[in-house]
Design a protein around this ligand. Structure first.
Ligand SMILES: [Fe+2]
Length: 393
């Protein structure tokens, strides 16, 4: 089978994100013989960020945490791991709200028909609330985390953040702590943004090179500096939706740059590039990576649109994580992983969130704040703190 056939993901129209029907996968061993990362990219209009499935070796075999699209390439690499470490025995969907993590689960479950599937409570679908079986989860072997128990409870701890009422649905994420390796597996709640482009973009740097340009009539050129510039800009889009140091060009000017020599292919969107980055734009990225290093943080989109009125629940959860014995690594589903983290690091993060300026309205946050204000005004999200009672274990 050709590489592109191996990377085909036929279910992409359910959530039509870049790179659509072709998902390249980077497999890395994060902790020798214990934890592996299967990384793809996903995004909107070339604003792509890494999305990661974690494969954890437990006593009974392999546990898949937050599956990615199970292309033939992914399945083949999992079969390789199975030969060395035992069968895939458990598939976990650790979030109620992250559609990008939910959609691959039914196909992954079909690929491993003997595996037990565990999902968080309060799965929801949009625009219609559908029962889990309609969402494709195999009813006979799907169980609900916490309310039906937990998988591998003698080796792993399961720590829910939420459920939190978002108005449009429920936020609930369940972290998984592997006591043997000191690894804390997360989905969306925390990230660490690396200053250099993640290695998964080496498989196809097109998104980086697209955003590295200053005008639509520049061809896509490849060098380390351009890759880094493109990465920084993509992170600002993904973090703030509309970065502050950015002008949207008038359509006449955009069209004038279209179809320039070297920009006449689909890869460069035929020269369609409506952005002009303003001098000093780098400062907003540098604020996300103090000292030029990645740092564990709450993604701005979550802080301003998901948790703006849930600071205390988030702080309490992070303090609970900080209490885990022998914590060494935080391993999120996006951006950098693993992130070396101690209890003191997580306590410091909780302190920063508790005492700092939370979910601000100004500066780089203006677009996110405007969306939140509109949703509150329309009554689509609650304007005050409102937490749903926790599911009973
Ligand atoms: Fe996510």
């Amino acid at each position: 089978m050709s590489a592109s056939a191996d990377q085909r993901w036929p279910w992409w129209p359910l959530l039509p994100l870049y790179p659509y029907g072709r998902r390249r996968t980077l497999v890395r061993e994060l902790i020798a013989g214990r934890l592996w990362s299967f990384e793809q990219v996903q995004g909107v209009w070339y604003v792509a960020v890494p999305i990661r499935m974690l494969v954890l070796r437990v006593r009974e075999g392999l546990l898949l945490y937050a599956p990615v699209a199970p292309t033939a390439e992914v399945r083949a690499r999992l079969r390789d791991l199975e030969e060395r470490h035992g069968r895939v025995c458990t598939i976990v969907l650790p979030t109620a709200s992250g559609l990008e993590h939910k959609l691959p689960v039914p196909a992954m479950a079909r690929a491993f028909p003997e595996a037990q599937v565990w999902v968080t409570p309060r799965q929801w679908s949009f625009p219609l609330p559908l029962p889990p079986a309609w969402l494709g989860f195999p009813a006979a072997r799907t169980r609900v985390l916490l309310s039906d128990g937990v998988p591998h409870g003698d080796q792993l701890d399961w720590l829910p953040l939420g459920p939190l009422d978002l108005g449009l649905g429920t936020f609930l994420e369940i972290a998984c702590f592997d006591r043997a390796s000191g690894s804390l597996l997360l989905t969306d709640a925390l990230v660490a943004i690396p200053p250099e482009p993640p290695a998964v973009f080496d498989l196809d740097p097109t998104p980086l090179l697209f955003h590295a340009r200053e005008r639509g009539n520049e061809p896509l050129l490849d060098d380390p500096e351009r890759r880094r510039r493109g990465w920084w800009r993509m992170v600002l889009f993904a973090t703030y939706l509309r970065p502050r140091p950015l002008e949207i060009l008038p359509m006449g000017e955009v069209l004038r740059h279209c179809l320039a020599p070297g920009c006449r292919g689909a890869k460069s969107h035929f020269g369609f590039y409506p952005f002009r980055w303003l001098p000093g734009w780098q400062a907003d990225f540098e604020a996300l990576t103090p000292g030029g290093r990645s740092r564990l943080q709450v993604a701005a989109v979550l802080e301003r649109l998901v948790f703006p009125r849930q600071r205390s629940a988030l702080v309490a959860w992070i303090r609970q994580l900080a209490g885990l014995k022998d914590l060494r690594w935080v391993v999120p589903a996006h951006h950098e992983a693993p992130v070396a983290s101690s209890a003191a690091d997580l306590t410091a993060l909780a302190d920063r969130i508790e005492r700092g300026d939370w979910a601000p309205d100004h500066g780089a946050w203006e677009t996110l704040a405007g969306i939140d204000t509109t949703l509150v005004r329309l009554g689509l999200v609650p304007g005050d703190t409102h937490q749903i009672p926790k599911p009973q274990p």
